[in-house]
Design a binder for this molecule. Sequence first.
Ligand SMILES: [Zn+2]
Length: 486
Amino acid sequence: MSGRYHKQMRAISLVLAAAVAFGAAAQPLPDLGSAGDAVLSPQMERRIGESIVRDIRFREPSYLEDPEIADYLAGLGERLAQATSGTRHDFEFFVMRDHTLNAFALPGGFVGVHTGLISAAETESELASVLAHEIAHVTQRHIARMLGQQEQMQLPVLVALAAAVLLGRSRPDLAVGAAAAAQAGAVQATLAYSRDFEREADRVGLQALEAAGFDARAMSAFFERMQRSMRVGDDGSMPGYLRTHPVTSDRIADTQNKAAAMPYRQHLDSAEFHLVRAKLRAEAGDARDAVGHFEASVRDRRYALEAAARYGLASALLRARRPGEAQAQLKLARTAGAAGPMIEALSARIQQAQGERAAAARTLAEARERFPRSRPLLYAHVAALQDSGGNARAAEALAEAVRLHPRDERLRSLQAKGYAALGRRFLQHQAQAEVYALQGSLPAAIEQLELARRSGDADFYQLSVVDARLKELRARHAQETKDAKR
Ligand SMILES: [Zn+2]
C-alpha cells in the first residue's frame, strides 16, 4: 500500500474521532467554543475550499457551467449572507446537475447546490431556507472548527479530508480514491454535522431568512417534506442532505416553533426563481420529453407562472432544434409578462440557432444597455461578438470588464480566446496566465507568462508588467509548496 493511502485512512479515522468527540460533548451541555477558536486560518480555509471546488469542477461531469443559474444563486445567497450574523464572508455558489436533494458548504464560503434541490423547492423561501442554513454553517465557522482540530496535517491530506467530510458521503471515491472508498463508505453515516452545529445553523439561518424578507415557516416545511421523501428516492437511498444534516423531528419542531414566534410574512417568489427552475427542467433528460412536459403544463395551465412555463417551452423547443417554434413561444412568454436578462439571452440564442449571428449580437448589446449589471448578458454579448467577427469590439468590451472584475475567470478566458483569434500572442498568453492563476494552477500560469515573454509582439512596458507578475506568482508558488510540505 502506498503512503498516500495510509495518510488518507489516518485522516478519515481522525474525522471519525472528531465526530465522536462532538457527539460526546453534546451531553449534557455542548461547548462549541467561540467562532474565533478555530485553529484553521481564514486564508487556509479559503485555499482548502478553492482546491476542492477546482477538483469538483475538473473531475465531476455534473458540475454545471451555467452563468445564469450561478448568477441567480449568487444574488439570493448574497441577500441572505447580508442578513446573517457572524463573521463576514465572501460566498461563492456553484451548481451540480444531480437530481438528489443536496446542498453543501465547503471551507472558505463555497456552497454547492444540487439541481434536484432547486427543483424540489416549491417556493423561493424554501430554497432560501437551505441556503441560509448552509451560510450559517460557514459564518459560525463549523467547518473550520471541525478541520481546525486536525493539527499537523499536510495540506493535501487536509483537502482530501475536508472533501470526505463535506461531500464524500455521497461520493467517497471522489475525495479519497477508489482504494479508500469502501472504508469511507462504511464510516460515512458517522460523518455528519453534530446536532449542536445543526441547531445553531437552524437558529442563525432562520433569523437570516426572516431578516432577508422570506417566509420563515418555509424552513420546517421543506425539512418535513425532505424527511417524508426519504424512502421514495429512486435508489431507495436517503437524500444526501439528510445524511450531512440529519433532520430529526426535534429539529423540525424547533424551527416550527421559532418561526411561529416571528411576524407572519408572505413572500412573493421572484420571476427568476421560476425561470431558473424552468430552464433546469428544459435542459434535463431527453429534449422531446422536456417539450412534452411544458406543452402539457401550458395546455392544462399547470404552472406557478405562465411566463416561466412558456420560457421553459421555448428553451426545450430550442434544444429540440425547433427554433422557429421556440421564437413563437418566447413571444407568448413576453405577452405573459416575461422580461429580464434571461429572456433576452434566450432570444439571442434562438437567433444564433437560426444563423442570425449579427442580429443576436445586437439583441445582446441592447439588452446590456437595459441591464448593465448582468454578468451573464456580458458573457453572452462578448461571445456573440467574437462569433460574428466582432473580435476587436469584443476585446474593447472585455478590457473594460476585466478592469471592473479582475477576478472573473470567464472574462479572462473569453479574452484569451479573442486575442488568439486576433493573432495577439502576447496578450493571449497573458490572459491565459490569469485564467490559470484564478484556477489555482500556478505552474501553468507561470508557463503562460514565459510564453508571453517570448511571443515577440510585446513592447518594453508590457514586458516589465509580465516580469513583475512572474516574480509574484513564482514567490506565491514557492510559498504554497512549502505550506503543503509542512
Ligand atoms: Zn446543517
